[in-house]
Ligand binder design. Structure first.
Ligand code: FAD
Length: 294
C-alpha cells in the first residue's frame, strides 16, 4: 500500500498525471491505452477524476483500481461530496478500500442542476468523514487555488478555509491550473504564513486549442499573463502551431517551478498521452538531475 504522503516525504519533486474516465458510451478500454502509455514515464502517481465536466462518476473506482492493481501504479481517486449522502460516500470509500486504492483527492465538486439535497456542504465535511471512518488509513489530498476559488471573496479568506482542510487531515494539496508562476509563488508564501505546512503539488495544464482557453477562464477564472495571451492570440487560427506553443509554455512553466523547488508537478493530461510524452521528453534530463530522495 503506497501512500502519496510517504512519497512526498521521501522524494522531491514528484511527477504525476491526471486522467478522466471516458464518457459512459465509450468503452473502458480507451482509458487502458492511455494509462498504458502514461506509465512509461514512471509517474509517482496517477489521479482519476470523479464526475468532472459532466463525466461519469461510476467509473472512477474501476479505473483507479485498474491503475493500482493491473498496472501497479500508485492511484489517486478523486471523490466529490456535493449531491451525495453520507451512506453513498461510505459505499465509495468501502469500494476503494477493497480495491486497495488508499489515496483520495477529497473535493466538494460543483452542484449540478436538479441534484438531490446533500449531506455535505464543503470538501472539509468529506475530509472529516474520511478521517472519522472505519475504512483504512486513507491518505487524503485536497484542492488548492493559487488565485482563490472562484466563489470566494478574497484569496486570504480562501487560504483560511484551506487551512481548515489541512487541520482536518488533508495530507497534501494539488492546485488548480495557473499560467503565471508568480501567482503560485505568492500563494505559497501566503499559505506558509497561514500555517499550512503540507506539500503542495502544482497542477499544470498545457493549452492545446483556442476553445480550451475560454473554458479555462470562465470555469476557474485563471489569469492570463501578457506573454501567454500574446502566444494564444498569435496562433489562435493555426492549430498545430498553437499546440506546439502550448507544449513549450507548459514545459517552461515546469522548468521554472522545479527550479523554485516545488514539491511536485501534476500534469493534467486530458487523456492525451502524446502530449504528456512531449512534455516529459522536454524535461527528461532536468527531471533526472533534480529528483532527490530525501
Ligand atoms: P471547498 O474546499 O469546499 O471550497 C469550495 C468553496 O467554499 C470555496 O470558495 C471555499 O472558500 C468555500 N469554503 C470552503 N470551506 C468553507 C467553510 N468552512 N466556510 C465557508 N466557506 C467555505 N471537480 C469534480 O467534479 N471532479 C473532480 O475530479 C475534480 N478534480 C479536481 C482536482 C483539482 C486538483 C482541483 C483544483 C479541482 C477539481 N475539481 C473537480 C473541481 C472542484 O470540485 C471545484 O473547484 C469545486 O468548486 C470546489 O471544490 P473544493 O474541494 O475546492 O471545495
Amino acid at each position: 500500500m503506497t501512500l502519496i504522503r510517504d512519497i512526498l516525504k521521501a522524494k522531491r519533486p514528484t511527477f504525476s498525471f491526471e486522467i478522466f474516465p471516458p464518457k459512459p458510451d465509450a468503452p473502458l478500454e480507451t482509458v487502458y491505452e492511455t494509462v498504458s502509455a502514461l506509465r512509461i514515464h514512471k509517474p509517482d502517481f496517477i489521479s482519476v477524476t470523479y464526475g468532472a465536466a459532466g463525466s461519469s462518476r461510476s467509473r472512477t473506482v474501476d479505473i483507479a483500481s485498474m491503475v493500482r492493481n493491473r498496472w501497479g501504479q500508485v492511484a489517486l481517486a478523486h471523490l466529490t461530496c456535493i449531491g451525495s449522502t453520507r451512506a453513498q460516500v461510505t459505499e465509495v470509500l468501502e469500494e476503494l478500500d477493497q480495491e486497495n486504492v488508499s489515496n483520495i483527492l477529497a473535493l466538494r465538486g460543483d452542484p449540478r442542476e436538479g441534484e438531490a439535497p446533500s449531506d455535505f456542504r464543503y470538501a472539509l465535511d468529506l475530509i472529516r468523514q474520511i478521517r472519522a471512518g472505519q475504512f483504512g488509513d486513507f491518505c487524503i489530498g485536497a484542492a488548492a487555488y493559487p488565485e482563490g476559488h472562484i466563489e470566494c471573496d478574497s484569496l486570504e479568506e480562501d487560504i483560511l478555509r484551506l487551512k481548515l482542510k489541512t487541520d482536518a487531515g488533508a495530507d497534501f494539496l494539488v492546485t488548480q491550473l495557473f499560467y503565471d508562476n508568480e501567482i503560485f509563488y505568492r500563494f505559497m508564501d501566503l499559505a506558509a504564513r497561514s500555517g499550512i505546512s503540507v506539500p503542495v503539488v502544482a497542477g499544470v495544464m498545457p493549452v492545446l486549442n483556442a476553445r480550451q482557453i475560454g473554458r479555462i477562464v470562465s470555469l476557474c477564472g485563471a489569469s492570463i499573463p501578457p506573454k501567454f495571451a500574446r502566444i494564444m492570440s498569435r496562433y489562435e487560427h493555426a492549430p498545430d502551431a498553437l499546440r506546439e506553443a502550448g507544449i513549450a509554455y507548459a514545459t517552461e512553466q515546469i522548468i521554472d517551478l522545479v527550479s523554485w523547488g516545488v514539491a511536485g508537478i501534476h500534469l493534467y493530461t486530458m487523456n492525451r498521452p502524446d502530449i504528456a510524452e512531449r512534455i516529459m521528453k522536454n524535461i527528461g534530463t532536468i527531471r533526472e538531475s533534480v529528483t532527490r530522495e530525501r
